[in-house]
Design a protein around this ligand. Sequence first.
Ligand code: C2E
Ligand code: MG
Ligand code: MG
Length: 740
Amino acid sequence: MDKDVPVKTDTPGAVTPPPAAALGAKRGRWAFLHSSTAGVAASPHVWRSRISWRIALTVFATLLLVQGAVLLFTVRNSETDLLDGLRAVASAGIGASLSYNEEHANAPMSKAAAERLLASSGITGLAIYDKNLKPLQQFGDKTVLMPDSKPDMPDAWRSADGMGFEVLFTPHDAGMPYYIVARIDSSGVVAEVGSEIRKTATILLLMSGFVTAVMMLALGQWLLEPIMLLRNNLLNAAKNPEKPDIQRLKKETRDEIGIAIRIANDLIRQNANNLKRLRSQAEDKIHKLAYFDALTGLPNRTYFLEKLDDHIRHKVVEEDRRLAVMSVDLDHFKDINDTMGHEFGDKLLEAIGRRLVKALPEDSIISRASADEFTIMVVLKPEYPDSSMLVDRIFSAMTEPVSILQERFQVRVSIGVAHCPDDGMEARQILKNADIALNRAKEEGRDTVRYYSQDFDLAVQQRFQLLRDLRSALDENQLQLHFHPQFDLRTGYLIGAEALLRWWLPDNSKEGGYFVSPAEFIPVAEQSGLIVPIGEWVLRTACAANKRWQEQGIPPFRIAVNISGVQFHKADIVALVADVLKDTKLDPKYLELEVTESVFMENMQTTIDILNQLHRQGVELAVDDFGTGYSSLSYLRQFPIDRLKVDQSFIRNALVNPDDRMITKTIINLGHSLNLKVIAEGVETNDHENFLKEEGCDEVQGFKYTKPLNMQKFIEYVVNYNREIAKKTKLAVVDEKSSA
Ligand code: C2E
Ligand code: MG
Ligand code: MG
């Protein structure tokens, strides 16, 4: 039975139903209970309930037993009374027929008197004995009872079938000195007692039946129905604990069962309420988890997309309004996170979330779409009919530095904007377009906004095509290296060359193909990870070529190879360099690795470790495009570098823009103060060269000397140049000597 009872769970107040199998197993037994929920008053189940029958039969049997005992007793009494009556009649008859005189002492009853007596009194036989028990006379049937003189002698006898009844009259009874045994016909007594028994038994049976029936009804009404109702309620609660179908007694009673039912119903209701509450809490939690970002408390991308869908249907389609969808991305968040720590990064994101909420109209939906990207949707209104006003609000919200953990931090963001219905009618499409615009903003220098235009799409498509083509470029030998010589500014000697990647993409044109600019395909290679195998190919090819030139007798110079940040952080550059040097047998001092400034700022400690390992191998290290990133000069000391490469943009403008001129000077001085060589790239004119000479720059590279050349042309150039410079140097020596 215990198994039928709902099981208590750990949750306070919660009761869970028994397993379905258990319910199924009990269904047979409980089947009649199911059908009974409605008809409590009619109590039809009582006739089908085993317990009712058991109780009723017990009561019925008890009643019969008690009444049977009473019946036995009363039948006995009435039989005795009847026999006593017969005895009295016989006694009177005998008394009247008997006479005593001395003369006929041995025959106290005449034959005639005896015949009369036998005919009239029901006596069928008579035996007379004298006081010494000697038989004197015998009339009618033979008697069985024998008188004797013992004090406990029985005074009556009855045959087994009850028909024969004999009575003994002693001299005391008869008032004469005779013992008389009379056999009396008692068949009337048997018949009378029999009929009495039948009558009484019928009455008793009817009474027992009636009492039992009344009891069954009473049991049904007061005990069985309430218990079944209670069980039904428990069963319903077990089946459907949250919405149990609870029945109440038609007439509520205050007896023990009534109270038990009330308590059970209260418990079932409490349990249902608890379960409902728990479920709604769980649903709330799930909703929060599914739709909100735990860090900022802002909705997430899923929620945003659903709402955007809603807004498109209601605001755009039905109300003919316009929506601005903006993707806002924190510039350099990854670097900030890496250098300042995740706790700082989290606080920054929270702060940015708050600022956006504060800056934008109340009905805007602002969500955190990914790590450092927020997406915003605003229904444009007469107060702000144009999304540029909203963009301005976002930028001005970022002007004030954010204070976190006692640091003040200037945040910059890039924003991409798309509109609905202008740029699409489908939520995902619009969001994608805002992201495309955002990427544009990031590519075009960050800290800026771009509005989606369909040309962007085209550019994205072209990029995909480019990526597809690039995948096969390595296998199809479409990659080549060109070399751009570098010179010592003081001596004019060719001291190195930068290896620059070129991709010859064949097409159907007259030329049979064209060179894809590295500025175009390197970012794609970096994003797709293809830069890792491509970079390895560049390094191997450059080192092998340099070794070969040395073996051909060309005076040795170093070869500079560009290393992308992806190679630096996502591949084992240390092992690769060691492997390539070993394979090509190039002396490490003739290899220089150019790493752009931004790579230095990512993951500072790991970068220092890697650079140290590379430096220990003997290769030289240069910071490429120096001045364009935001390297912290104080860190520069910790990097084991040999060379700063001033970005060509400064050189190009140095002669026209005083700022760039100043920057170039500063970089040269800074490099020298850190004991580093400084090389300038982008030297195109004599003026450039003169300026750099004046400022004490060490080395140069630029179109003034030559454009980057393919391998064949480059080596011809080197041979030629060395010859020329040797000539010039000789002349100079001769000049010096002659003037001396
Ligand atoms: P970078 O490393 O700064 O390379 C110098 C770029 O400046 C080269 O462009 C070079 O041709 C150009 N340049 C040098 N002097 C002058 C000049 O006087 N005037 C002008 N107008 N340009 C000059 P390029 O070859 O188009 O390469 C562009 C960028 O592509 C490189 O900039 C480098 O960041 C990347 N790159 C090239 N080859 C590789 C490579 O093998 N691996 C990696 N990771 N990046 C590469
Ligand atoms: Mg370079
Ligand atoms: Mg450069």
